[in-house]
Design a protein. Structure first.
Length: 724
């Protein structure tokens, strides 16, 4: 079946809808079991096809993936409450069986089947090596030629500079090949008695002119190359940052922020280093190798064959070592990343570490990661020095052959002394760079792996969706909405409600009931797996995403402020807003007075994440930002939690001005603050358990009343402790 499958309810038994192979037997030994799910039953088959388990779909209530040590199992729960272990599997298949559990539950409830059975790639499908990250790029099987061609595509705006670089590199190579020829002529003139001061001065002058020209071309090449490399890597950084900004939030749920930032900085930096140092080195020395080979064969082909004989051996050594070296260096990068991740995490959580007296525990973890990095780095460097030593031996063998066989030819008159020294100089120009080609390969491998990770982000489908652009009135309808971050474990289950324009709706429920998920869906950070959300009667997936979000305002429990001035943060949602508009919004948010009390007023820098402001001040700045944004739909997520009573009063006054005339969804820490809501929707385990006004719900004596009474008891207990 397709990776994304949607099947409407069938009228009778049909063929298999889900087929998966598990890799463990019931007693957790390696073996094969096949899960077969059809419209009428769930079956488990042995390798020969014998049926080990059959549960009618009509008897099933739920299905779930139960994590085990290094694996998991699929549990089926019948309507009588019996739990049936169906199949056991390793972690490799956990994702697929988690999706299968979701599909079985959907079929048992007569819902639309919507599953994604694509396996998460942890090993390269080609070479079977472990991937650096799930669904990531295998550095060993990377198509470096294709990646290099794609990088070359970024040369488009810089064609003139690229052509100039190629011409300069070839001219510079030609100039570098001339000094050995001049030295040959000088030595031969001396050997055969043709030398005099005018001739010597001519050759020395020519040599000096060549050196000056070569230096000038080297400077031009270096500057042009730096310009090209910096421009291409900057373009790639901009492109990948833009791509990351437009990715769906699900991508950020799976990827740590540090890993994402690494793609923008480290991966493009590796590419920059290769473009600046590695590629020119490889290009110029390849030209030198070709030209020197031609010169040697023209001069004395027998000697050329003898002294160049070690080169195939060097290439063989390089091929045998470079592949392993690339993998080793990649492993070093992985270990280094794990160490940095631990360091970053432990330092950010230093208060928690100290609160639980876990300094030694964190130190032991750091030492373990540090030693893993040390061992990986040590093995890679030892491998590198082994290959470098063997290649150095080949270089010395070539030199020895030249001095032995070439010396014999010179003594017997088959080679002039000038030709002998010229060949010696050419050998230095060839063998020296060949020793470092392994390092070039390392640079190249790292750069190509980094570039491929960059292109992986660039190739992802952006969140930006075009559609209808229309002025939102504010009517919001949920129609049988089902959604889960892990689709096998839905957070919202068949929720339906309609909100009229201008209404204020309070979302109430225990932690994990689905309140924050509901507002995430309204903001279209995520979209329903099943069902639809309509805005003014139109499915919001048909609306232009950017246009829709521009008409939504959000005030979060922990407001995020950017590291700029207060005025810049208030005006963030309305670029180009006048200072009068900013100040009016601040007054409406009860923020004007505390802002003026600051030494720099509206030009006060708030610090990273608003660290220079108190929690209440940050909240009022975020409310001012929302007021200036002037949204049609407003979302308030615990906007008054964790502040003192006086600050809460000021925030509530500001919110009262903000919600006027807007469709508002509010989650409140203190349930009493939702008295002014037109309606309250009580969520329980992802479903609506109650709906009505504050008074109506209190009269029902249901879930909401119990929540209010529990909160009152807690407040009374806290107050009693405070008095004592």
């Amino acid at each position: 079946m397709n990776p994304e499958t949607a099947l409407q309810e069938a009228s009778g038994p049909v063929g298999p809808l889900i087929e998966l192979d598990a890799d463990l037997t019931e007693d957790a030994h390696y073996g094969t079991r096949r899960l077969v799910v059809s419209q009428d039953a769930v079956r488990v088959l042995a390798p020969g096809g014998a049926e080990l388990l059959r549960v009618p779909m009509s008897d099933l209530k739920t299905a779930r993936h139960e994590p085990l040590v290094s694996g998991g199992r699929l549990l089926l729960r019948t309507k009588t409450g019996e739990e049936i272990p169906a199949v056991t599997y390793s972690l490799t298949h956990a994702h697929q069986f988690s999706e299968a559990a979701r599909g079985i539950e959907q079929l048992a409830k007569g819902e639309v089947l919507l599953v994604n059975l694509e396996p998460e790639l942890t090993r390269c499908p080609k070479c079977k090596r472990l991937l650096p990250e799930k669904d990531g790029v295998c550095p060993a099987c990377l198509n470096k030629g294709r990646t290099m061609l794609r990088i070359a595509g970024y040369l488009g705006p810089y064609k003139t500079a690229a052509v100039l670089l190629g011409v300069v590199a070839m001219v510079q190579t030609g100039l570098n090949l001339l000094p050995p020829q001049i030295q040959r002529l000088i030595v031969d003139d001396i050997q055969f008695g043709r030398a005099d001061l005018p001739n010597l001065a001519t050759w020395i002058g020519a040599w000096l002119a060549i050196v000056v020209l070569a230096t000038a071309f080297d400077v031009v090449r270096g500057r042009t190359n730096a310009y090209l490399a910096a421009s291409i890597s900057a373009d790639l950084r901009s492109a990948v940052y833009r791509a990351v900004e437009y990715l769906n939030l699900k991508y950020f749920d799976k990827k740590p922020v540090g890993a994402i930032a690494s793609r923008v900085t480290n991966d493009t930096e590796r590419l920059w280093f290769f473009l600046v140092d590695g590629l020119p080195y490889l290009f110029i020395n390849s030209l030198i190798l070709l030209a020197v080979t031609v010169f040697l064969f023209v001069t004395k082909w027998q000697l050329a064959l003898a002294i160049l004989a070690p080169i195939p051996v060097m290439l063989l050594i390089g091929v045998s070592f470079w592949g392993r070296l690339g993998n080793m260096f990649h492993r070093v990068s992985q270990k280094m990343a794990r160490l940095h991740m631990h360091l970053n995490e432990s330092l950010h959580g230093i208060r928690v570490v100290k609160a639980f007296v876990k300094e030694k525990h964190e130190y032991d973890r750091f030492v373990k990661r540090n030693h893993e990095w040390r061992d990986a780095a040590m093995r890679s460097e030892q491998h590198w020095y082994t290959s470098f030593g063997l290649m150095t031996f080949c270089v010395l063998m070539g030199t020895i052959v030249h001095w032995g066989y070439g010396g014999y030819l010179a003594m017997t008159g088959q080679l002039t002394l000038g030709q002998f020294f010229m060949i010696h100089l050419y050998l230095q120009m060839v063998y020296g760079p060949l020793q470092w080609f392994a390092q070039i390969n390392n640079w190249f491998s790292r750069a190509m792996a980094g570039a491929e990770r960059v292109f992986e982000v660039l190739d992802m489908t952006p969140e930006t969706k075009t559609g209808l652009k229309r002025e939102v009135e504010g009517e919001v309808s949920f129609e049988n909405v089902r959604f889960g971050y892990d689709k096998s474990n839905p957070v919202i289950k068949g929720v339906s409600f309609t909100v009229k324009p201008g209404e204020m709706i309070g979302l109430v429920g225990h932690s994990g009931a689905g309140k924050s998920t509901t507002i995430n869906l309204i903001a279209r950070f995520y979209e329903p797996d099943v069902g639809s959300i309509k805005i003014d009667g139109v499915d919001y997936r048909d609306l232009d995403l950017a246009d829709y979000r521009r008409q939504i305002g959000i005030v979060l429990q922990e407001p995020f402020l950017f590291n700029g001035t207060i005025a810049e943060n208030i005006a963030y949602g309305k670029p180009g807003a006048s200072f009068e508009e900013v100040m009016t919004a601040a007054k409406a948010a009860n923020a004007h007075d505390f802002i003026l009390a600051k030494p720099d007023g509206y030009d006060t820098f708030v610090g990273e994440r608003g660290s220079r402001l108190s929690g209440g001040e940050r909240q009022r700045v975020s409310i001012a930002r929302a007021i200036l944004h002037d949204p049609k739909i407003l979302i308030l997520d615990e906007a008054t939690s964790s502040v003192d009573v006086e600050t809460e009063k000021q925030i509530q006054e500001a919110i009262g001005r903000l919600v006027s005339g807007r469709t508002t969804f509010a989650i409140a820490h203190r349930l009493s603050t939702l008295r002014n809501a037109n309606r309250l929707i009580v969520l329980e385990r992802g479903e609506i358990s109650e709906e009505g006004t504050h008074e109506e719900l209190m009269a029902k004596n249901g879930t909401f009343k119990k929540l209010v009474e529990t909160q009152s008891q807690i407040n009374a207990a806290v107050g009693a402790v405070a008095v004592e």
